[in-house]
Design a protein around this ligand. Structure first.
Ligand code: AFP
Length: 331
């Protein structure tokens, strides 16, 4: 007797019944999965095809574009367009919103290749995405949505191919990829509240550029937890979801070269911070910005808006959020 694992589509069909997700959502997810598999294949063969280098351009973020960033962007837009379900796509790699299907039902926010600094070394990168639904009942209120209005968010860690998906009010689920490149065996991710396995993840080389209260919090707490940092949000958050603890990219406010200060934070709100915050929330965790306010409550004014990010197990995030709020109230 052949043993068949539960596939992603089985999982979504079950979910669809419980949460009246339409087949439109299934088709959109199929498009995202095809894009991720294509990007994964391009990355795995990237060294052989000479695609792991710089493309020679600079993107809207002012960063050098890697050839793989271009490939991932082109692939994702192709598959999203092919679904016929996406109105606008908002991408880290495109200055303007990408209009796809006026009759579409969804807005998709994505970072097609998160962690570009790892590309040249073939190290883990990620494909991050968030989904919001158009207002079918009334007038269309556009693509600038707060994370709390997303209906789903997820990430693929490349090249391992592990896929994690959060569905509104239905939890965060991790899928394995089997020998037939199918996503199977969903298991629910719940952030461990026992600090024994917790980790801290941040760019240590920035420590003395953080706000003094944040530096003090790190000094008082860092010996309690293991320290891990990959330099790719998808990879670092992938670990935090499993082991607990906190990933943070605080505001940079004390840089010796004031031009390098980033009081508004580095990470992008709509397709980085809100995506991991949504998955974290559905896994029982929390995520806040530099003022200690929930990331999911931030109403974006621009689709490339940046934010500071503190995300992970509820009690440790709330511990630093108290400090951040006091910092704002000048207490
Ligand atoms: P991109 O390569 O997509 O811009 O992502 C990199 C990133 O935004 C995020 O994935 C990392 O957590 C963070 O930047 C790394 O930044 P540092 O290199 O400054 O640590």
């Amino acid at each position: 007797m052949i043993r068949f694992e539960q596939t992603f589509m089985d999982f979504l069909l079950q979910h669809q019944e419980r949460h009246n997700r339409t087949y439109h959502f299934l088709i959109l997810m199929e498009g995202l999965i095809n894009a991720a598999k294509h990007i994964q294949h391009s990355y795995l063969t990237g060294a052989l095809k000479g695609n792991l280098g710089r493309a020679g351009d600079v993107n809207v973020q002012g960063e050098d574009v890697m050839r793989m960033d271009q490939i991932a962007q082109e692939v994702t837009i192709h598959y999203l367009h092919a679904t016929g379900r996406v109105i606008h796509a908002i991408s880290e790699e495109a200055r303007e919103i990408v209009s796809l299907n006026p009759e579409g039902r969804y807005f998709v926010y994505f970072d097609p290749l998160d962690g570009s600094s790892n590309v040249a070394h073939g190290l883990p990168v990620g494909f991050l995405f968030g989904i919001a639904k158009r207002n079918l009942a009334g007038s269309e209120d556009g693509h600038l949505r707060a994370g709390k209005d997303y209906i789903a968010a997820g990430m693929f860690v490349i090249p391992t191919g592990t896929f994690t998906l959060a569905l509104k009010d239905a939890g965060t689920w991790r899928f394995h990829i089997d020998e037939t490149m199918n996503y199977v065996k969903p298991f629910q991710m719940v952030l461990p509240e026992d600090p024994k396995s917790w980790e801290l993840s941040f760019n240590e080389s920035n420590r003395f550029t953080f706000a003094e209260k944040v530096q003090n919090w790190i000094a008082q707490n860092e010996r309690k937890y293991a320290f891990r940092y990959l330099g790719a949000l998808a990879g670092d958050f992938h670990r935090i979801l499993a082991n607990g603890g906190m990933f943070m990219y605080p505001a940079i406010v004390n840089h010796p070269n004031p031009k390098k200060n980033r009081p508004q934070g580095k990470l992008r709100l709509m397709y980085e911070a809100a995506v991991v915050a949504f998955m974290c929330k559905e896994a029982g965790g929390e995520a806040v910005d530099e003022t200690g306010s929930p990331i999911l409550g931030i109403q974006p004014a621009d689709h490339h808006q940046r934010t500071a990010l503190y995300v992970g197990s509820k009690s440790i995030v709330e511990d630093i959020a108290r400090i951040l709020r006091s910092q704002c109230s000048g207490a």
